[in-house]
Design a binder for this molecule. Sequence first.
Ligand code: 4AD
Ligand code: MG
Length: 476
Amino acid sequence: MTKTVNEILQSDLLLQEVELKGWVRTFRSNRFIALNDGSTLNNIQCVIDFENTSEELLKRITTGAAIHVKGTLVESQGKGQTVEIQVSEINILGDSNPEEYPIQPKKHSFEFLRENAHLRTRTNTFSAVMRVRSKLSFAVHKYFQENGFNYVHTPIITGSDAEGAGEMFKVSTFETNKAPLTEDGKIDYSKDFFGKETNLTVSGQLEVETYAMSLGKAYTFGPTFRAENSNTTRHLAEFWMIEPEVAFMDLDGNMDLAEDFIKYVLRDVLETCKEDLAFLDQRFTQEEKSKPQAERSEMSLLEKLHFVVDNNFKRVSYTEAIEILRNSKPNKKKKFQFPISEWGADLQSEHERFLVEKHFKCPVILFDYPANIKAFYMRLNEDGKTVRAMDVLFPGIGEIVGGSQREERYDVLIEKMKALDIEEEELWWYLDLRKFGTAVHSGFGLGFERLVQFTTGMGNIRDVIPFPRTPQNAEF
Ligand code: 4AD
Ligand code: MG
């Protein structure tokens, strides 16, 4: 039976016959194949008896080729590995033309590998990142399932704009330029597939609220889409979001949940992805060395992960944060691109990162933001000008979580919707929750790729999702 490299390295099969399949990473001296099958970061060395191997076969053992190997697992004579396979039989399953194969055994830039995203998981860095991504997503489900949450598959096509930011991709079966028009010349969506205007969802929150208000604890974990034209290292047009929502929970409970959840999943992968994280830790340290001293991380990747798991997140109100920012050195020296002058300003990523990286030096939860810079569904505070919002800010990332206690009072919500021109007919079902057994409830959204970025130390969000979608780019 064929085994994976990981199974072979984990088990005690010394002096036994083994059989495995994988891709050639390198082939040296017509003797030593470094074979990788993606099951682990480690290659296994397969040693060929080249005198008894035909010239023609040897030529076909090239970087990238898929091969099938049988042999005996023995203690290694050479340095760099404890065991190796003394090959008795080798078959080429799929040739790889060494002149054309893009993934050569040398350092490639991440830009180049992005253009070859279909092959980049044949490298150590990307296979490690994607194995960690997989374990992290499993840890997300474990956390919620162990804590009594129900996984809800909220729709991907929707008629509502949860965040009210208008950054939506339209879903329509009309052909461009052939869409039927109404009498006043507008596109007649009543004749479209769904009989109304629809778009790809920006968040599953509004729908998952209905499940919190019936099943008590619910969460979604699915793709979300935003047509925002942000070409940054932290924005994707298609990203995965984790959104828990809990009935009878207020904002304090929401902060506790976010902190406990993030610590749990990080602790989990520190345990389950030791090898990959150790490799990514080294990579991170190497990369930091190439940066100017002032921009270097004070901690290694593993230190950062342990730091987050072991320390309390600092909870600070928006009002306090504005005071800190207003009196900060970069603000006084006009170093911020967006200077902070008064209460009410929206915080930019430079401000968030100042608070986290320079001022508090730990993850920060900012809460009670001005109502007019946040979404319509957040609960209005007694002061009439702030809402029960919270953002979790992380070093190197900035905002990783956005959430709130929801406005559960029918009258207050309807007023707010009117003020923002949100049509009652669109959200009648959302309003129903406030008519029939309304209650305090809260939730948040965590951007999964930003979490993977933090965990793996990758600088660009495009390198932590298999096939990134960004402005001007939807290859693969
Ligand atoms: O703060 P946001 O917009 O919150 C919501 O969508 C709420 N409905 C969530 C809720 O309360 N259930 O987005 C939540 C998180 C952000 O904190 C960020 O981590 C991530 O989603 N995010 C993005 N990640 C990658 N690319 C983008 N364009 C993102 N926009 C938001
Ligand atoms: Mg947000």
